[in-house]
Design a protein around this ligand. Sequence first.
Ligand code: ZN
Length: 313
Amino acid sequence: MRDVIRGLHHLTATADDAQEDLDCYLKALGMRLVKKTVNFDNHNVYHFYYGDEHGTPGTLMTTFPYKGWGVPVGTHGAGQITATSFSVPGGSLDAWGERLRDMGLAVVDVGERFGDEVMTLHDPSGLVLELVANDDDGRIPWTAGGVGPEMAVRGLHAPILSVRDSEPSVSFLTDILGWEVVEEEEGRTRLAVNGDRPGHRIEILHTPDAPQAVNGLGTVHHVAMGVDDEETQLAVREELVGLGVGVTPVRDRQYFRSIYFREPGGVLYEVATIPPGFAIDEDLGSLGTDLKLPPWEEPYRSEIEKGLAHVVY
Ligand code: ZN
């Protein structure tokens, strides 16, 4: 399977409180809410999509705020995406540190990786986020969220996968999904697809002694990679099935179509179509304004709206 994965599409996390989640990603990090909908597998829970102006694949972080539904706090560990990194301009981390502390977010570390400065913080649900300061990102940022272009988030940098044995996980990406190893350092392998740049990277951490991850509040559920169309997605699916990988049927996510499968280290991957995107049911200027439901949930709208937490943003 060569040259079909265009880059990262989105990353989805299980979050806690809906309002705190919005405050973190919109107010503190300055991202755009590009869609407010519900979890298509549980319409009592929101699904928030954060990204750039258009909700461009590779800029998207999405959350299911599950507070009040009895979901326990998850365990960070092997077989999981243990950090989500965002790309920010080189030299912006001092300003970010000040901003995040003012907003009450916990900055836990500042270090260096592959020559770039990296700031680690925790979001209100306990997700580990990183801001990677770099000069390799030409994406146009969303700046209407109160964060200026000199520091605004450009999109995803790379998800960090922790696995007990990195070799099979690296091989799965290179041999089956067409990624390439581009850099290695201290138990960490960086891979890239369709160009080595932020939004096109995954990092695999070799963590043989890590506890087994458990999905729950404050953990990443999966990462999605983008493909051009449904035909390509079906070809990817067929190839995976042929290799004995368990893959779900194609699911309609309204803004893209999805298939899901696990890589050898246990991390859940999704391959999502880049079309149709977020402007199919709202104008570009008003993305994220109203609660949008897929056609099959519309008959239940009043019941759904009653059950969802009241949020302001
Ligand atoms: Zn997804």
